[in-house]
Design a protein around this ligand. Structure first.
Ligand code: HEC
Ligand code: HEC
Length: 203
């Protein structure tokens, strides 16, 4: 690596460190131990098959830590997850985040009779919905649904039922987020179903 490039990389790391201030550096090995109590619901290595519980494997670094903070203080309301996060320190959350973000999720597929529905979702995901000025989902969640760290979550490989439930929660205001509330508010329940199927099957 040239000296100039090394300098640029250090500059970038310093910038990220500043923008992430308040967040601890995570240790994935420590995180694996601390995540043992999550296995019952989120599965081994965060790759579960029960659509009631979100897949955590392969989530963008930073997002899980951020959501655990939100559950703990109650800005994201969920009784189960408040109970799970209340005893976690900032360091625990950073370690757990480092562990799960380094795992990979089993890709999801859809059945032949769902393809048409998913294709309706694809249009909005990739192109937005002009009549209501809804931005293309891929501008934040990525063309293949891989998300953008640390704030924009990965949506590919996630259970469609979970994605649908979260979009409905954003729409109804029971999950609060400045970015997602106005978007989901304008989506119909049919569009939410179509988008959820499509995102889940993205690879
Ligand atoms: C008893 C079951 C249960 C256990 C145990 C559990 N969770 Fe959860 N978790 C859930 C449920 C249900 C949700 C969905 C909450 C919602 O609808 O907002 C969830 C959501 C999450 C989310 C949000 C994911 C996303 O995509 O936004 C994270 C992060 C998370 N859990 C981490 C953990 C961690 C870390 C542990 C262990 C310390 C844990 N959970 C233990 C049930 C559980
Ligand atoms: C301007 C950026 C932006 C756009 C555009 C956007 N999102 Fe999001 N989305 C976010 C952010 C930020 C979050 C995390 C919210 C939080 O922290 O609670 C999120 C969260 C989500 C989640 C919850 C994921 C989880 O694991 O809990 C879903 C589902 C979702 N978005 C779907 C969509 C869909 C569908 C569209 C298009 C109709 C869309 N988003 C457009 C920024 C965006």
């Amino acid at each position: 690596m040239s000296l100039k490039l090394t300098g640029a990389v250090f500059g970038l790391v310093a910038m990220l460190a500043v923008s992430n201030s308040g967040f601890a550096m995570g240790d994935a090995a420590a995180g694996e131990q601390k995540a043992q109590m999550c296995v019952a619901c989120h599965g081994v290595a965060g790759d579960n098959t029960n659509p009631q519980f979100p897949v955590l494997a392969g989530q963008v670094p930073g997002y899980i830590e951020n959501q655990l903070q939100a559950f703990k203080v109650g800005t994201r309301e969920n009784a189960i997850m408040m109970g799970q996060s209340v005893g976690l320190s900032d360091q625990d959350m950073a370690d757990i985040d480092a562990y799960y973000s380094a795992q990979s999720a089993t890709p999801k597929s859809i059945s032949a009779d769902q393809v048409e529905t998913a294709m309706l979702g694809e249009k909005v995901y990739r192109g937005g919905y002009r009549p209501f000025s809804i931005a293309a989902c891929m501008s934040c969640h990525g063309p293949a649904g891989h998300g953008i760290p640390p704030r924009f979550p990965k949506v590919s490989g996630q259970h469609a039922a979970y994605l649908e439930q979260q979009l409905l929660a954003f729409k109804r205001g029971s999950r609060v987020n400045d970015v997602m509330n106005p978007i989901a508010f304008k989506l119909s329940e049919a569009q939410i179903r179509e988008l959820s199927l499509y995102m889940s099957a993205l690879k």
